[in-house]
Write a protein that binds this ligand. Structure first.
Ligand code: SF4
Ligand code: SF4
Length: 355
């Protein structure tokens, strides 16, 4: 049986992933509770003890974080609005470059919920249901269309000055607060859409991630240039197909020698389950060295901690928006719609300053 010894027990990466995913969800819940009290402070008009905003909430603003990342690549400047989002996004990109699309299977709370719903679906239907290829392929392209729309709107339609103006403008400053109100006052239509996604995720494992998530599409493309890939040894493989059966991304692992797929989330479930020693492994394809799966477990966590920790110790982690500024923008939050072009960004910034 292809297992490692870890602390005297069989080391299953699935167990370790579950602990990391659970810890990350709990961290998100904690951030959510802190953010709730911050919103209540704003709603009260700033009465009582000042409540500070948790910086981790920036991680829930992927477009703002992507724009900060892009601005950094263009100018070397870290935006001081939602800077934690920049470090979280950078950590996710680097983890993907090193270990593939591992953010999806190790940290993402939506990925975790999706995985649990997929497990539930497999229990209900007693097998992994899959859409036929004629539906699967076009649907998988949807997330790339969404990604293309965001990339085109930011990289091709905005100058670095426009990106900076957007990031520092009132809409982006209040984006997290607006997101809170969206979920707090959720419309019937949004509930119906979320319910449909919930049910579809039970029927088809990873429905949201596989077909609709533009973040996953971006990381899938990034992961293609990762030098670390799942490799199968054709000489020792006994063709039991256990790797394919367990793969949440519907990859025919038993038929290929190297997994090069934008859908592979580096969950290592296939490596976990392979019954033949040294047959299915994560390998660095440049130096042709096997990477022990326990190093992957520590590696993804360590990269994340180092990069976000760097943001904290260098003083960039905290948002540089004061509570007074939040209170000021909060008064006109209803009027802060998403600006659609550079002129719109400039006009909104000027309108709010004039008030
Ligand atoms: S190929 Fe292996 S590592 Fe990739 S998603 Fe499938 S089971 Fe996970
Ligand atoms: S689980 Fe291992 S032995 Fe079985 S088909 Fe996959 S690679 Fe081959």
């Amino acid at each position: 049986m292809n297992t490692d010894k870890f602390s005297g027990k069989k080391f299953k990466i699935r167990d370790f992933r579950f602990y990391v995913q659970t810890a990350f969800v709990l961290l998100c819940v904690w951030i959510g509770i802190e953010f709730y009290f911050f919103i209540k402070f704003l709603d009260s008009g700033g009465i009582g003890n000042p409540v500070s905003r948790p910086p981790g909430v920036d991680g829930f603003l992927p477009i703002s974080s992507f724009m900060s990342f892009y601005l950094f690549l263009l100018t070397g400047e870290v935006s001081l609005i939602h800077p934690a989002g920049f470090f979280i996004f950078t950590a996710i990109v680097i983890v993907s470059l090193v270990f593939g699309k591992s953010f999806c299977s190790w940290f993402c709370p939506v990925g975790f919920i999706s995985e649990l719903l997929g497990d539930l679906g497999e229990k209900i239907f007693r097998r992994k249901l899959k859409l036929p290829k004629f539906l699967d392929y076009p649907l998988r392209s949807l997330k790339y269309l969404l990604l293309a729309f965001f990339v085109y709107s930011i990289i091709f339609l905005m100058t670095d000055m426009a990106v900076k103006a957007f990031l520092e403008g009132p809409y982006n400053v209040m984006a997290d607060v607006k997101m809170y109100y969206f979920f707090a006052d959720i419309t019937r239509f949004s509930i119906i859409v979320l319910s449909i996604l919930f049910v579809l995720s039970i029927i088809i494992r990873g429905f949201w991630c596989r077909y609709l998530c533009p973040y996953g599409a971006f990381l899938g493309l990034t992961s293609l240039i990762s030098p670390n890939k799942i490799k199968r040894n054709n000489d020792t493989c006994i063709n039991c197909e256990m790797c394919t059966k367990v793969c949440p991304s519907f990859i025919d692992v038993h038929k290929i020698n190297t997994v090069i797929s934008d859908e592979c989330t580096s969950c290592l479930s296939c490596v976990d389950v392979c019954p033949v020693k040294d047959t299915l492994e994560l390998q660095n394809v440049i130096v042709k060295k096997t990477i022990n799966k326990k190093y992957v477990a520590f590696g993804v966590v360590l990269i994340f901690i180092i990069i976000t920790g760097f943001g904290m110790v260098t003083g960039y982690w905290q948002n540089k928006v004061t509570n007074e500024e939040y209170m000021f923008y909060h008064q006109s939050i209803e009027e802060l719609g998403h600006p659609t072009d550079t002129k719109g960004i400039e006009k909104m910034n000027e309108d709010v300053k004039r008030k």
